[in-house]
Design a binder for this molecule. Structure first.
Ligand SMILES: Nc1nc2c(ncn2[C@@H]2O[C@H](COP(=O)(O)OP(=O)(O)O)[C@@H](O)[C@H]2O)c(=O)[nH]1
Ligand SMILES: [Mg+2]
Length: 315
């Protein structure tokens, strides 16, 4: 079964891709062998992260980028992660409906992933899903994710190039610094540039970026767009291409991919260690030591130490 699934993914059969992604999403036992077989095929794809506040126009821009990719007769897989709607899946569904305009086109695959209840795992899973789409031969993978917290930043880091979408109203520079957006952005987009303040924001942003240069990456270019009218999309897309080209030439891209690889390995090791650590005895021990809040006599650190020592003695 897994063999035909692997073959299906490599042949870009979207049904097989969906099945494979579900296996990853549910952490099924065959997910490892699936990824092992697919990984060698998955190096060439360009991975683009699109993040930013809710409603900034990420899906609109993603749609416009998909159109440009198709025009070049290239292919794309889109993964939308929306943690802002963990219960209803409301906006997630909205995105899916809006984005899945190409159900019969084997150049475009769109999938949304819920991150409810599993924010830690989602960063790893989006990388794994990226590998699957990449193995299917997609020229691009796009991650669309709401930039609201650390995990979303981790998802954005799963990409080769991270685009931060802002709107004229998001002009509070302190806010931006705090949100760490400057740190993760390779490219800025000021969408809804049909509104007041777009020019002012791009000037301000340009100044900030210029005065706080980073040695970790190139200075991010800024693009003004009106997503709904597809204005500025052509410039944005060729800007993405040339930025990836520059990153590659100057060694940033390799460095980023290596760092990403190391982090993935570290995460997997941590997950494995934790999984084998938390036996039912350990879970019960922790529970029995913490029955009532006023009976807890140990500080958390010594309780953790006791659990850890206990496992050493048990071996
Ligand atoms: N005025 C204006 N509205 C836009 C623009 N781009 C997107 N929108 C609208 O903003 C809303 C949110 O867009 P969406 O792409 O769903 O944002 P996301 O939550 O970041 O994915 C939608 O109603 C879009 O039609 C733009 O450039 N100008
Ligand atoms: Mg969206």
């Amino acid at each position: 079964m897994i063999h035909s699934l692997i073959q299906g993914v490599i042949n870009n059969d979207h049904g097989s891709i969906s099945k494979a992604i579900t296996i990853i999403e549910n952490d099924e036992s065959n997910s490892k062998s699936l990824l092992d077989s697919l990984y060698p095929a998955s190096i060439r794809t360009k991975r683009i992260g699109i993040t930013g506040p809710p409603g900034a126009g990420k899906s609109t821009i993603t749609n416009a980028i998909i159109e440009r990719i198709i025009q070049k007769n290239e292919s794309v897989g889109v993964i939308a992660v929306d943690p802002t709607s963990p219960f209803t899946g409301g906006s997630l569904l909205g995105d899916r409906v809006r984005m899945n305009k190409y159900p019969w086109d084997d150049r475009v695959y769109v999938r949304s992933m819920a991150s409810n209840g599993d924010l830690g795992g989602i960063a790893r899973k989006t990388q794994d899903v990226g590998d699957i789409l990449s193995a299917s031969g997609k020229d691009y993978v796009i991650y669309e994710t709401v930039g609201v917290g650390q995990n979303e930043h981790d998802i954005a880091k799963a990409a080769d190039v991270c685009i931060v979408v802002l709107v004229p109203e998001s002009g509070d520079e302190v806010q931006m610094m705090k949100a760490g957006l400057i740190e993760i952005a390779d490219i800025f987009v000021i969408n809804k540039s049909d509104r007041d303040g777009a020019k002012r924001l791009s000037t301000m942003l340009k100044n900030i970026l210029h005065f706080f240069p980073s040695n970790q990456k190139l200075e991010p270019p800024i693009f003004n767009t009106i997503g709904t009218q597809k204005e500025g999309i052509r410039e944005l897309f060729s800007g993405i291409e040339s930025h990836i080209g520059k990153m590659s030439q100057e060694g940033y891209l390799d460095r980023k991919r290596l760092e990403r690889f190391r982090q993935r390995v570290a995460i997997l090791v941590r997950e494995e260690l934790e999984k084998s650590f938390w036996s039912s005895e350990k879970i019960n021990l922790l529970k029995s030591l913490t029955k009532k809040i006023n009976q807890i006599s140990k500080v958390p650190h010594s309780m953790a130490k006791k659990l850890l020592d206990d496992s050493k003695n048990g071996e």
